[in-house]
Design a protein around this ligand. Sequence first.
Ligand SMILES: Nc1ncnc2c1ncn2[C@@H]1O[C@H](COP(=O)(O)OP(=O)(O)OP(=O)(O)O)[C@@H](O)[C@H]1O
Ligand SMILES: [Mg+2]
Ligand SMILES: [Zn+2]
Length: 234
Amino acid sequence: MKHEGKILDFIKDKFMIRKAEIICTMHGRGMGFYSNKAGMVCSQCIEEKIKATPVFDRKSHLIKISKIPIRYHKPLIENKITTQLNAYINDFQKNNWKHLFLTGPTGTGKTHAACWFGLQLVEQNISVYFGRASVILDNIKQAYSTNENYFYQLTNEFDVLILDDVDLLQTDHDKNKMSDLIRTRYEQLKPIVTTTNMSLPELSKVLGARTGSVLSENLEAISTKGMPDRRFGG
Ligand SMILES: Nc1ncnc2c1ncn2[C@@H]1O[C@H](COP(=O)(O)OP(=O)(O)OP(=O)(O)O)[C@@H](O)[C@H]1O
Ligand SMILES: [Mg+2]
Ligand SMILES: [Zn+2]
């Protein structure tokens, strides 16, 4: 900055900041600063405050806000979908992204694959949000009463949205809201990951043909069909 020195001098002058010998109740007699705003400030106290201030760690922050469940914070054991999944991630990181559709029977690792993908992205500084569709809908309802911008965060702010069990919706209202969420993200050109036990045509019956069409426009479908149910020791 061109006038940095002059600006600093101006601030020092304005707030009368100058070095001063001070007496601190913690550290006794020593050096510090005097300013008309803060009065006497001890150098050692300032140093201790700086040391105690946590350094903002973006990766930990991204992991925390991703809401990826602890169960899925573990490596992905290689299986028949890993080659396809890795190729997909590779393209994604080259900005050549598609929506991801993970389909297959229960216990075959769809949620695990979605979360593993999410954690890979967090490593690359990409923001991800994970939620079971039914939980997301509950949160949306709650956010209405507290006036939070939860829906907007999901549609516009997170780089990637993972909708787990996207087919498990009870009421028409829930189905419409989920369609709305998907289509708003589509309009914002933002990737969506879905996991479901259904095929895309079956899901289109739940969410409506237009939402199905939106999802299928730019879609990588990965099927875990034929893989063992890991919950039964498969
Ligand atoms: N490739 C894998 N490596 C390590 N663990 C795995 C893998 N695939 C699945 N698992 C584990 O197996 C269990 C079941 O997987 P997961 O929850 O992803 O199944 P799912 O297909 O999402 O089932 P559902 O349709 O019921 O939601 C989990 O504990 C998961 O961590
Ligand atoms: Mg699952
Ligand atoms: Zn002190």
